[in-house]
Design a protein around this ligand. Structure first.
Ligand code: AMP
Ligand code: MG
Length: 347
């Protein structure tokens, strides 16, 4: 739970931190904070009904979490996992949509993004109070269970199934992205024109700030203390999602083990990237891609991002270089207070 608090600071947003509403009666801008999906959810909504709207968003996020979580009992993904190797289960539109997207990104990244990493995530236990380093034999055995091609989705019948017993889907790398997109839908349905939501490492924006200027999103210094940044992105109507080895990890015998698995090795990804940020029009895409690129590494990750329309990225390497895609040149400001990083605009 404590670590979840930390994830809040992955992307700090330079918005006023007052909890009170400000503005005229019809143009009220306010910030609300809730705890949902294992993280703090900060919303800034420029609308007189901000309270009701932010609550609707939280209700929707809780609904999505109930369906997709593997960290508490019940829900659709737990049912899918429990029926692995036996039968398909009926799923809601929400879950089918996310599973289809997950498969699409697994194919695009040739398995670097793979939601069937569930058995590995569970074995490493990075999210539990008792994380551990599994033996090589155990990892080898579990790797046999990891293969997105074994996730069979029948959208016409609203069903999905896993081929082998023991296989497990974990939507930790994509569900928050979906939730952020759903939040934006709720803002729009309520006539909101300026809003911002931060769900752990996922930031989604609607329009610009109430004064019309872009939202500022800080890109975390992966090697600095919480609240330290290597740059700032200015965005309007964009989704900004980050993945990093600093988000969740444990230490054993002075070695750090983080939460993003390389589905090819069964160990925490060691691609040379320590932080990835994706800017896109849909948060679900940005979320899947931030994880995919993190595992793919600089070369392959860049190649993937540059092959996709409307997707931009900031990559931070372990040798402390910051790379951005061409499309971010005017919206990314390199600002490294640690003076340890080198800015490489475009490779
Ligand atoms: P993110 O913070 O979005 O990069 O997602 C990381 C989370 O997704 C982890 O905590 C796991 O639950 C899950 N995960 C880990 N490795 C992968 C992977 N290679 N592909 C898909 N999901 C993963
Ligand atoms: Mg992700």
């Amino acid at each position: 739970m404590t670590k979840n608090f930390l994830t809040l600071n992955i992307l700090a947003v330079f918005i006023c931190l007052t909890l009170s509403a400000c503005g005229s009666r019809d143009n009220v801008s306010a910030e609300t904070r809730h705890f949902a999906m294992g993280t703090f959810v900060i919303q800034r909504i420029n609308h007189k009904d901000y309270n009701e709207i932010s609550q609707s968003v939280i209700d929707r996020i809780n609904q999505i979490e109930l369906k997709m979580t593997v960290n508490q009992e019940g829900g659709e993904i737990n049912a899918l996992n429990a029926s692995a190797g036996k039968e398909s289960v009926t799923l809601s539109e929400d879950t089918l949509y996310v599973l289809n997207k997950a498969k699409e990104y697994a194919q695009l990244s040739r398995g670097s993004f793979d939601v069937t990493v569930g058995p590995l995530v569970k074995a490493w236990g990075v999210f539990t109070d008792n994380p551990r380093v599994p033996t090589r034999d155990e990892i080898q055995r579990l790797l046999d269970l990891v293969d997105y091609r074994d996730l069979d989705i029948d959208s016409d019948r609203s069903m999905a199934g896993l081929k082998d017993s023991g296989q497990m889907v974990d939507l930790g790398a994509i569900a928050k992205g979906y939730a952020a997109d759903e939040a934006i839908k709720i803002y729009k349905a309520n006539g909101v024109q300026s809003a911002f939501i931060s769900l752990g490492g996922n930031v989604a924006t609607l329009g610009g700030k109430p004064d019309g200027t872009p939202w500022k999103v800080g890109i975390r210094n992966p090697r600095g203390p919480e609240g330290s940044y290597i740059g700032i992105l200015s965005v309007k109507d964009k989704m900004v999602v980050s993945s990093g080895d600093y988000e969740r990890y444990f230490e054993k015998d002075s070695v750090k083990y983080h939460h993003i698995m390389d589905p090819k090795t069964g160990y925490p990804s060691d691609s040379g990237l320590i932080g990835t940020t994706i800017v896109a029009d849909a948060s679900i895409d940005a979320d899947a891609l931030s994880t995919a690129a993190f595992v793919l590494g600089l070369e392959e990750g860049m190649k993937l991002i540059e092959s996709l329309d409307g997707i931009e990225a900031v990559f931070v390497t372990e040798d402390k270089k910051v790379y951005i895609t061409q499309g971010l040149i005017s919206s990314f400001e390199f600002k490294d207070e640690s003076k340890e990083f080198e800015y490489v605009q475009k490779r």
